[in-house]
Design a protein around this ligand. Structure first.
Ligand SMILES: [Zn+2]
Length: 494
C-alpha cells in the first residue's frame, strides 16, 4: 500500500494578542518531507507511527510536518501556504491508499474558523478513494466537516497528553485495516452542548478513561474519543463532543456515544478540579507535609496560547520570602538577554515579565542574581524534546525564577534542574502549565495544587464574549438539554 502522512497543527487562542505567522511554525517545529526526527512533536505523531509500516512492506511518503507554539489567530497567508504545501505533496504522491494527518483540531486562521475541516475536505477532493485519517488533540473543535471528510478521526484520550503516540498508532492501525477492507468505520457524534473538560490524572476522569480504552476493539466499537473543546476560541464548533466509530454500525456507535456523554454530564461540580487563589495556594502548600508542592499556574500556560509571562503568582511568592520556591518557565526574551550579558554570578537590576497583556500583571523590578544561563534549554515531554530557547535562572532571596526566550509549557522538572536548581530544596515549585506537567512532576511532588491567577487565558467562559459559538450551550445558557444529541451525519458509501 501507498501511505501519505503530513502534519499541520497549532492551538489557536482567538483572544490572545500574539499573532501566528509562518515564521512561528518555522521557529517552533518545521520539517520538510523526510526530515522529521525519530521522535514526534505532539501532533506530528502520525508521521512517526506511519514509518513503522515500512517494515511491513508498505510505501510511506512523508509530507511536511509543522507545529507552532499555541498563540493567537493564524495569518491567512501562513495557513494557506502551509496547507497548499501539504496538499501539493499529497497530489504528487498519488495514487495513495491511505492519507494520515497529524492535526490539532482547533487551529483558527484569518478567514478559516475550521482549518482542519478545510484541510481534510480539500484532501478528500484530491484523493476521493483514499482512506483519510486524522489525529486530534482532545482540545479540538470537532466539526462535521472534519468527520465527513475523514474516514477515521482519533483524539488523544489523556489530559495530560501522555498518549499522543499511542493514539497515532491506533489511527494508523484502523486506517490500514479500513483500506484492507477488514473493518468499515461508521461515525456517530454526540454533541453535549457544554463548555468543559476534565483531567485524566484524577477522578472521575481517570477511571472513565480506563473504561473508554477498554471499550475499543470489542462489541463492534472500533474507536471512541471524547473531544473536550477549547474554550479560548470563539468559533461555531467549540464544545464537548463524543465521537465513536462502529464497525459498519452507526446505530450502535450512536448508543455508545450517548451513554458516554451522559456519564460525563452526570458528574457533579464537586468532582471538578479545585483551583486556589495564589496566596491561598502558597498557604496550603506550606501546610502540606513534605516538599516540593507543585503549583500549576493554569491560566498562564503558553500551551494555551498565552504568553506565560504573568507575574501574579510570582508576586505572591515574592510576598513570602520565608518560603523557598522556584517558578518557571516565564517568557521574557529581553530579560534573558540582559541576564546572559551580565553572566552567571552577576547581580543586576532587572525588569522582567508582566509585559504581554494587561491580564499578565505588572512587570517586576528587582535586584537579582544570575544563577545560570543556557544557550538552549531542552526539556523532555514524553517521547518528544521541547526547546525553551536561550534561558536564564535568576534568584531573588530564596526564590529562583527560570526565564525563557521561547514560549513553551513547563513539561518536566528538567526546566529547573538543568538550570542548576535542586527542587528537593524548594517548598514550592510553580509551573507555567495547565496539566501537561503532571506526569513528570507528580513522582517528585509532595502534592499538586492548581492555581487560578485570573488569566490571561479566559478561565471562566461565562465572562467571555462569544459571537460565533453555536448556542445554546452550558454554562452560558440554561441547561440546553433539548439541544443535546447525536449529529446527523451523511452516510458516505465506500
Ligand atoms: Zn490539548
Amino acid at each position: 500500500m501507498r501511505i501519505f502522512t503530513a502534519s499541520l497543527a497549532t492551538e489557536t487562542n482567538t483572544f490572545a494578542p500574539l499573532p501566528t505567522d509562518r515564521l512561528a511554525f518555522e521557529e517552533t517545529a518545521y520539517f520538510p518531507p523526510g526530515t522529521h526526527p525519530e521522535t514526534p512533536t505532539l501532533c506530528s505523531a502520525p508521521v512517526v507511527a506511519a514509518r513503522r509500516l515500512r517494515r511491513q512492506g508498505h510505501t510511506v511518503i512523508e509530507g511536511t510536518a509543522t507545529w507552532a507554539e499555541p498563540a493567537g489567530l493564524v495569518g491567512r497567508a501562513a495557513y494557506g501556504s502551509l496547507r497548499d504545501e501539504i496538499l501539493n505533496q499529497l497530489r504528487a504522491a498519488l495514487p495513495v491508499d491511505v492519507a494520515l494527518f497529524g492535526l490539532h483540531g482547533c487551529m483558527v486562521a484569518d478567514g478559516y474558523d475550521d482549518c482542519e475541516g478545510d484541510l481534510l475536505s480539500r484532501a478528500r477532493a484530491i484523493a476521493p478513494e483514499a482512506v483519510i485519517g486524522a489525529e486530534l488533540d482532545l482540545h479540538a473543535h470537532l466539526s462535521e466537516a472534519m468527520v465527513n471528510a475523514a474516514d477515521v478521526v482519533v483524539a488523544f484520550k489523556e489530559f495530560p497528553h501522555t498518549d499522543f503516540l499511542a493514539r497515532a498508532e491506533d489511527l494508523v492501525r484502523l486506517c490500514v485495516a479500513t483500506a484492507e477492507g477488514k473493518v468499515r468505520p461508521v461515525p456517530a457524534v454526540y454533541d453535549m452542548r457544554r463548555i468543559g473538560g476534565y483531567m485524566t490524572s484524577r477522578e472521575p476522569g481517570r477511571s472513565f478513561t480506563d473504561r473508554l480504552l477498554a471499550l475499543e476493539g470489542h462489541g463492534g466499537i472500533l474507536s471512541a474519543s471524547i473531544v473536550h473543546g477549547y474554550q479560548a476560541a470563539d468559533v461555531y464548533d467549540m464544545g464537548m463532543k463524543v465521537l465513536v466509530y462502529g464497525d459498519g454500525d452507526g446505530v450502535h456507535a450512536g448508543a455508545v456515544a450517548q451513554a458516554l456523554a451522559h456519564e460525563i454530564l452526570s458528574w457533579t461540580p464537586d468532582q471538578e478540579t479545585p483551583h486556589h487563589k495564589p496566596a491561598a495556594a502558597i498557604d496550603k502548600a506550606v501546610a502540606i507535609r513534605g516538599q516540593p508542592v507543585v503549583l500549576a499556574d493554569r491560566w498562564d500556560n503558553p500551551g494555551g496560547g498565552v504568553a506565560g509571562d504573568s507575574t501574579v503568582l510570582l508576586r505572591a511568592l515574592l510576598d513570602r520570602p520565608d518560603v523557598p520556591a522556584a517558578i518557571g518557565a516565564m517568557w521574557d526574551p529581553i530579560a534573558v538577554k540582559l541576564a546572559a550579558a551580565a553572566g552567571a554570578g552577576a547581580r543586576l537590576h532587572l525588569r522582567f515579565c508582566g509585559k504581554a497583556t494587561p491580564q499578565s500583571g505588572e512587570p517586576v523590578d528587582a535586584l537579582v542574581q544570575v544563577r545560570s544561563v543556557s544557550d538552549n534549554l531542552l526539556i523532555p515531554f514524553e517521547q518528544s524534546v521541547v526547546s525553551l530557547g536561550a534561558a536564564a535562572c535568576i534568584s531573588i532571596g530564596s526564590l529562583d525564577v527560570v526565564l525563557a526566550s521561547t514560549r513553551a509549557q513547563t513539561f518536566s522538572p528538567e526546566a529547573f534542574t538543568r538550570m542548576g536548581i535542586d527542587l528537593r530544596q524548594k517548598k514550592v515549585v510553580a509551573v507555567k502549565s495547565s496539566n501537561h506537567f503532571y506526569a513528570a512532576f507528580a513522582p517528585l511532588a509532595a502534592d499538586v495544587l492548581y492555581v487560578d491567577s485570573g488569566g490571561p487565558y479566559p478561565p471562566d467562559p461565562r465572562r467571555v464574549t462569544y459571537n460565533k459559538l453555536r448556542r445554546p450551550i452550558a454554562p452560558l445558557d440554561p441547561e440546553p438539554i433539548a439541544a443535546r444529541g447525536l449529529l446527523s451525519l451523511p452516510a458516505r458509501p465506500r
